[in-house]
Design a protein. Structure first.
Length: 356
């Protein structure tokens, strides 16, 4: 049964159909896309106006745009979070707008106004990585958004096939470094594609250890995982949620996690930072409002979402994905985003990752 918070089916077949701009608004294609999508939803009702006054459209509830397909970690987090926040904020409808690596949905929110009452579930990809890989992105991640709440950080875990690890006598990060140091050929690491967190993890590992790896990009995390399991690749940095079933079955060996701290789902697995000082990389996701929102409005929503993140169903959902809760808000979250934007910029440039 479709969730009452899932508004994606209410989109028109051609969501990017042009619509007339509001008074004083530029006729921007991204804004037309946003208004066309939002205007098609049944929970936006025209407000009655006195005779002779201009009619305007006022949303009766909040739209939370997830810029990726349904079923992913951002979508899975957005739904219980919407349920838990509804008592303070009213109905919240999830709108999945995948495309362009997360840029399509992000652009919609960047071009929205406070009257559109729309938020974004953004991520490291949309605010710290894509801006360096797509110069013509269509939005400025620091200027066009107002950070509300950092929801969580999602560590990657470095894994390899268990039979291969036994053959090469690798169990720990130190074992791997020693093997790479004496190996004549670099090991192959599979990723979901250029610029993904798995790719950036591999590039950071090489930069800090000065040990070579060979990048094998695939068209998504699942094909990359399949390549690792069938022997076409040797290593993989990816999310715990993706790799955990194979770790538990014994097919994959976890060597280290990419965050400074260990992860509750894998308490025995060390941090790579223990032996590779400075290694610290995690996907993260959080809530962003358009930059046009008034400060009071942003503060009220940030407080409501921060409270909702303490609810048991939300915490349980995050824990099941192996993510680390980290609920910083407003100015502190904004500083975090700026820091991540700079860090990934340096990494992308130093690794000479091609622009997408």
């Amino acid at each position: 049964m479709q969730s009452r918070h899932d508004a994606s089916r209410a989109l028109p077949r051609h969501a990017d159909t042009a619509c007339a701009p509001a008074a004083g608004q530029p006729d921007c294609p991204a804004r037309r896309l946003c208004l066309a999508a939002l205007g098609a939803l049944p929970w936006l009702n025209a407000t009655a106006q006195p005779q002779g006054a201009a009619r305007e459209t006022t949303p009766s509830s909040l739209a939370l745009i997830v810029p990726y397909a349904a079923g992913g970690p951002l979508d899975r987090t957005a739904r219980p979070l919407a349920e838990a926040s509804a008592p303070q904020l009213g109905p919240i409808h999830i709108l999945n707008v995948p495309g362009d690596g997360g840029a399509k949905g992000s652009t919609m929110v960047a071009q929205a106004t406070a009257r559109d009452r729309v938020l974004l579930m953004g991520a490291a990809a949309t605010h710290a990585v894509l801006p360096w890989l797509q110069p013509q992105l269509g939005y400025d991640p620091l200027r066009d958004f107002q950070p509300l709440v950092l929801v969580a950080r999602m560590p990657n875990v470095l894994v390899m096939r268990s039979d291969l690890a036994r053959q090469w006598r690798i169990r720990t990060p130190v074992d791997l470094q020693r093997f790479l140091a004496r190996s004549r050929q670099p090991l192959r690491y599979a990723t979901g594609g250029p610029g993904t967190s798995g790719h950036l993890s591999g590039e950071m590992y090489q930069m800090l250890t000065r040990l070579p790896l060979l990048h094998l990009p695939f068209g998504g995390a699942q094909p990359a995982l399949s390549a690792l399991l069938d022997g076409s690749a040797d290593l993989m940095f990816d999310s715990i949620a993706l790799t955990l079933p194979h770790i538990r079955s014994g097919r994959l060996l976890p060597i280290g996690v990419t965050t400074l701290e260990r992860v509750p789902l894998l308490p025995e697995v060390p941090s790579l930072n223990d032996t590779v000082p400075g290694f610290n990389l995690a996907n993260w996701f959080g809530l962003f409002a358009p930059a046009s929102w008034p400060a009071e409005m942003a503060q009220r929503h940030a407080a409501a979402f921060a409270l909702a993140l303490q609810h048991r169903p939300v915490r349980d959902d995050l824990a099941s994905m192996g993510v680390l809760p980290d609920h910083i808000q407003l100015q502190e979250f904004a500083r975090f985003v700026r820091s991540e934007h700079s860090k990934y910029g340096l990494l992308v440039q130093a690794a000479r990752i091609r622009q997408l």
